[in-house]
Design a protein around this ligand. Structure first.
Ligand code: AMP
Ligand code: GLY
Length: 413
């Protein structure tokens, strides 16, 4: 199969790496890609938000299958013209991707499908926001209705900061605070059948001990040895299947990756958010453990054949990933600096590897930083502790001026 992947972050590097190891893949393309993806796929320049341009590229390359990685093209409806051209696509339609593109839409779907989530109000004026904040009390949770690249959510006990964030957004969802550990559970779906992957945990705050601002994610691990073994079945029954069924009932079936961000509260599992694509950095650890070849799974979802797909196979071990972020991330990341130690960080037996998030190649072949999250250094092992120590040892080889990473990813698990 000739496969085109759209995107250029660590998630797309993880996807391309898995696809490149799959004997079913005869040609692998990525647009726009990054310096790491260039090692496993042929790169092509494209504006990922331009559906016509992406479709033309897919046709020109003779792609049999397109995988769309990030949320922005999905929410922009880039999957739609590809499907109209008869090219199978992994990723939901623009209408179904609203599950991620609008928090208010997601709340509406959850209410209709009886999916447990935080109580919330949709507010469009400062007065409504003030009233909602008062009704729930501190800590306050204020979410921009639209896509905001990980920066749309403010959780604070400072009423002024909560009001200021609400005032800065057009429409906000204000909701009750959910306590308890967070879990990310991904499911592959063709719009009817839902196949859950294994749960992972992400670390959203920038600094150790969950301090600092929210980020796109600073590290992740899988599996979760502390989690109830019945968790996946419960979330399938109460969250994933009812959500997929509701979207199909509305005439906008969701086909692709449904990501449930969950809080395990004392009152039970609650959905924090839905995403319409693989999570980053959780994908790096989930795919590191998936033994079933990825292409067949994603293609079965894209072509409505998941019901017949064999049960997924997983490695018994664990994976941990540590994100190396640029100086100044998340507020004002610095880019354009050389990165060294990449080869040293990768073990010959594949037990550690480096996935590129924001990198590009200089003319002389040097790898340069080109984004906020720069690298995702991944270790695998027999358990979380071994995977963790390998990931940190690998990260220790890498030098990038001013970069920072958390030192407590998967600590004490
Ligand atoms: P989201 O973009 O909705 O995933 O929110 C980003 C992060 O904000 C989540 O991973 C949580 O850590 C936090 N968060 C979002 N909603 C809530 C909530 N209702 N209660 C507590 N924390 C939340
Ligand atoms: N890891 C969080 C996200 O992908 O949104």
């Amino acid at each position: 199969m000739n496969v085109l992947v759209i995107g250029g972050g660590a998630r797309e590097h993880a996807l391309c790496r898995a696809l490149s190891l799959d004997p079913d893949v005869t040609a692998l393309h990525c647009a726009p890609g990054n310096a790491g993806i260039a090692q496993v796929a042929r790169l092509h320049p494209v504006d990922p938000l331009d559906g016509a341009a992406v479709t033309e590229l897919a046709v020109a390359l003779g792609a049999d299958f397109v995988v769309i990685g990030p949320e922005a093209p999905l929410v922009a409806g880039v999957a739609d013209p590809l499907r109209e051209r008869g090219i199978p696509v992994f990723g939901p339609s623009g209408e179904a991707a609203l599950l991620e593109g609008s928090k208010a839409f997601a709340k509406d779907v959850m209410a209709a499908a009886n999916v447990p989530t935080a109580r919330s109000y949709l507010c469009t004026t400062p007065a409504e926001a003030a009233e909602a904040l008062d009704a729930f009390g501190a800590p306050y949770v204020v979410k921009d209705d639209g896509l905001a690249a990980g920066k749309g959510v403010v959780v604070t006990s400072d009423l002024k900061a909560a009001l200021a964030h609400a005032a800065a957004c057009d429409r906000v969802v204000i909701e009750e605070f959910l306590d308890g550990p967070e879990v990310s559970l991904f499911a592959v779906t063709d719009g009817t059948t839902v196949v859950p992957l294994q749960p992972a945990q992400d670390f959203k705050r920038a600094y150790d001990n969950d301090e600092g601002p929210n980020t796109g994610g600073m590290g992740a691990y899988s599996p979760l040895p502390w989690a109830d073994p019945a968790l996946v079945d419960e979330v399938m029954e109460t969250v994933l299947q009812p959500t997929v069924d509701e979207l199909r009932r509305r005439g906008t079936p969701f086909s692709g990756l449904l990501y449930a961000g969950l809080a395990l509260t004392t009152r039970g599992v609650r959905v924090i958010e839905f995403n319409a694509r693989f999570g980053d950095p959780e994908t790096q650890v989930v795919l590191a453990r998936l033994k079933t070849p990825l292409t067949g799974l994603l293609h079965a979802a894209a072509t409505g054949r998941l019901a017949d797909f064999p049960a997924l196979r997983w490695s018994e071990g664990a994976a941990v990933t540590v994100v190396i972020a640029a100086e100044g991330y998340p507020e004002s990341p610095r880019s354009g600096d050389p990165i060294t130690g990449l080869a040293e960080a990768e073990a010959a037996d594949g037990s550690t590897f480096v996935l590129h998030a924001g990198t590009r190649l200089a003319e002389d072949g040097t790898v340069l930083s080109a984004g906020g999250r720069v690298l995702s250094v991944t270790g695998t092992g027999k358990d979380v502790a071994q995977a963790r120590s390998r990931a940190y040892a690998a990260a220790g080889h890498i030098a990038l001026r001013g970069s920072h990473h958390r030192s407590d990813i998967a600590a004490g698990v």
